[in-house]
Design a protein around this ligand. Structure first.
Ligand code: NAP
Length: 205
């Protein structure tokens, strides 16, 4: 853990979750570098070479926070091999590559914080790919944490459905209570400013 103002790269900064993460980190006085396909710093997690270009552009950082990643939502009977590959390539391997390629550019005792999600452990109809990917991400941070060099830490934030996306998600999450994205933003602060590693922070459930 580094004390004081940190340089934090937020991937997926333009999204509902990413905006809340950026706001929470700004409130802590950190310097946020915003990245995504449409942000100031370009990256497309499905094209790993752009991750290398991103780190070349931003240089060494204290922390990397990811709030990106897309998985298809369809009934199991309609899912094809391509749907599984798309979700795995985007949200799972995209974030794994962010860690693998980003590691040399993160300072000693820095951190990675990835995003998974509630359906890893609390499945919904149409959510099989997301459950597989999110469960994989939770397992990945648990495993990668014990092999991170130089005191670098890694955690995941696993929110339930966000209030900001509830108009779209409500029909798929019967009986769930949405959580404000700001709550998830606080979990990123816990991961980045705290000292824990290998954790999945559940938010709103
Ligand atoms: N919304 C929820 O209720 C909820 C609940 C639990 C977990 N999550 C997870 O939280 C994450 C963010 O969700 P959200 O609701 O904030 O989504 P969102 O509003 O659609 O935002 C997605 C963000 O990721 C970026 N992005 C998408 N594809 C990318 C790519 N290939 N490379 C780089 N950046 C990419 C987008 O920016 P560009 O389009 O500019 O690239 C945007 O900044 C997702 O992984 C989602 O599964 C969401």
């Amino acid at each position: 853990m580094r004390k004081g103002r940190m340089k934090v790269l937020v991937v997926g900064a333009s999204g509902a979750l990413g905006r809340a993460v950026t706001a929470a980190l700004n409130e802590r006085g950190h310097d946020v570098l915003e990245a995504s396909r449409s942000s100031k710093h370009f990256v497309d997690l499905t094209k790993p070479s752009t991750i290398d270009e991103l780190f070349k552009a931003v240089g060494t950082v204290d922390a990397v926070a990811s709030a990106a990643g897309v998985t298809p939502f369809l009934p199991f009977a309609e899912l094809t091999e391509e749907h599984f590959q798309a979700g795995i390539n985007d949200k799972l391997l995209g974030q794994v590559e962010l860690v693998r390629r980003g590691l040399p550019h993160v300072r000693d005792r820095g951190s990675f914080t990835l995003v998974s999600g509630v359906v890893a452990t609390d499945p919904i109809i149409t959510g099989v790919v997301a459950s597989l990917v999110n469960g994989g991400l939770d397992a990945f941070v648990r495993a990668a944490a014990i092999e991170m060099p130089r005191g670098v830490r890694i955690n995941a934030v696993s929110p339930t459905a966000l209030e900001e996306a509830w108009d779209v998600y409500a029909p798929y999450f019967p009986g769930h209570r949405p959580v404000p994205a700001a709550e998830a933003g606080r979990a990123y602060v816990k991961s980045i400013d705290g000292a824990q590693t290998g954790q999945t922070y559940r938010v709103g459930y």
